[in-house]
Design a protein around this ligand. Sequence first.
Ligand SMILES: NC(=O)c1ccc[n+]([C@@H]2O[C@H](COP(=O)([O-])OP(=O)(O)OC[C@H]3O[C@@H](n4cnc5c(N)ncnc54)[C@H](OP(=O)(O)O)[C@@H]3O)[C@@H](O)[C@H]2O)c1
Length: 245
Amino acid sequence: MKSSTGQKAIITGATSGIGKALAILLVSKGYHVGITGRREANLLSIKDSYPNSVYVACFDISEADKVADHLDLLASDLGKIDLFVHCSGTGVRNADLNLLDELQTTRTNIDGFTASMNWAYKYFEKQGGGSVAAISSIAGLRGFALSPSYSSSKSYQIKYLEALRQRSYNHAANITVTDIRAGFVDTAMGNGKGAFWQCSAETAANGIYKALTKGKDVAYITKRWVLVAWLMMIFPGFLFKRLKF
Ligand SMILES: NC(=O)c1ccc[n+]([C@@H]2O[C@H](COP(=O)([O-])OP(=O)(O)OC[C@H]3O[C@@H](n4cnc5c(N)ncnc54)[C@H](OP(=O)(O)O)[C@@H]3O)[C@@H](O)[C@H]2O)c1
C-alpha cells in the first residue's frame, strides 16, 4: 500500500466497530473512502461528518450474488481504488447450535466474504495492482465449541487469503494480500464473556493501517496476540478437545 495521501479505499462493514474506526482513520490520512453495511443511518451519519471524503453503499453482504453489482457502483463513484479492506462479519455464541444462526454466519463470513474478495482481487488484477485485506480472527486458528460456524468461517478466510496471496505471487499481479488476525477488540462483537487483552477499535485501526503500509502478509492485532496464535497452533488436539468453552 502506498502511504501517500489522495488514495482511495473501500471498506466493507464500516457502520460500526473496527471498520468504522478504520474508515475515519483513512479519511484523516487524506483518503477518499467508500463504506458499506446494512445500517443506512450509520453510513449516512459518517458521510455527514466527512461529506467530501466518504461514499456509501448500503447492502447485505450475505446476498452474495448481488455483492459485485453494489461494489461496481461504489467503485465507479470513487473513480478508482487503491485499497480494499473487508471488515464485514458476524458471529454469535451458539451453545444450542441453532441452525439459523450457523447459516447466517456462513452466508456472511463465507459466501459474502468470497464474493467480496473475488470482486476486489479481480478489480486489482485488471488495474495492475492494489492492496486487499480482510479481518479474519485468532479464532480461525482452531475450532471452538461455542461458535463452530464462526471459528471455521474465519479459518476459511485465512486459507482463502493465503490462496489469493499465492495467486498474486504466481501471476506477478502486484496485489498485496493482508490477513488481519485480530484478538479481542472492544466492539459489539468482541465484548463477550472472558475477553482479555482487549484493545479499542481505534487501536485496532491504527495497527491495521501500519500493517497495510508495510505491505504485511499477516498481522496480529494487537501484536502480542502472536503469542496466543503460536500456542494455539502447537496445542495438541487430544488436549484441545478437553478445553471448556
Ligand atoms: N471485535 C473482536 O473482538 C473481533 C475479533 C476478531 C475478529 N473480528 C472481526 O472483525 C470484523 C469487524 O467486527 P467488529 O468487531 O468491528 O464488529 P461490529 O461492530 O459488529 O462490525 C461488524 C460489521 O460487519 C457488518 N456486517 C455484518 N453482517 C453484515 C451483512 N450481512 N451485510 C453487510 N454488512 C454486515 C456490520 O454492518 P451492518 O450491521 O450495518 O450490516 C458492521 O459494520 C468482523 O469480521 C469480526 O469477525 C472482531
